[in-house]
Write a protein that binds this ligand. Structure first.
Ligand SMILES: [Zn+2]
Length: 173
């Protein structure tokens, strides 16, 4: 399965959602993690799982601004883009040690995103949500991982807080 880089990157850093107020990790269990990587072109080998989990944490920290992007450089070790001429066109194929390929693809996707669409990958605006989003809107003002979930929840909360403040404002003013 040839997943595009954006999707792989976003799916990877979104494997630690908060569910019913509890932080979860979709890659914590080895079998679940192996199924996850296999569904994305990986092998499910132990070495691969360890690397995928590790690069996920670094990517999350980098996107949150808590780590320097330099931390990602090491994950590209051993990777090369190989030109493959095909029907008069040139395509580039990634070559990397099998256990490193998924991590390499995720890191390459991050660099590609930062270069072509800087700032578009960001944390969800709901402070209780640990998901990330890629803003593909023209206005570049998307704040929520999902309008249906966090967007509506945060709007409802703001509405509630406004209403809560109003009687007080009348009493003191
Ligand atoms: Zn969210």
């Amino acid at each position: 399965m040839d997943l595009d880089g954006d999707t792989l990157l976003l799916e990877l850093i979104n494997t630690t959602p908060v569910e019913n107020g509890v932080p979860t990790d979709a890659l914590q269990d080895d079998d679940a993690a192996a199924a996850w990587t296999r569904a994305r072109g990986g092998s499910g080998a132990a070495e691969e799982l360890a690397l995928v989990r590790e690069v996920r944490t670094v990517l999350q920290d980098v996107v949150r601004g808590e780590a320097q992007p330099d931390r990602l450089a090491g994950y590209l070790r051993g990777a090369a883009m190989v030109p493959v001429p095909q029907s008069g066109k040139l395509e580039w194929r990634l070559e990397a040690p099998p256990s490193r390929e998924l991590a390499v693809r995720a890191v390459l996707a991050w660099y590609e995103l930062e270069e072509s669409r800087p700032g578009r990958l960001r944390s969800c605006g709901n402070p209780e949500c640990r998901l990330f989003l890629i803003d593909r809107s023209h206005a570049n003002r998307a704040q929520w991982c999902s309008m249906a979930v966090c967007g509506n929840r945060m709007k409802a909360r703001r509405h509630y807080e406004r209403r809560k403040r109003q009687p007080q404002a009348r009493a003191t003013g």
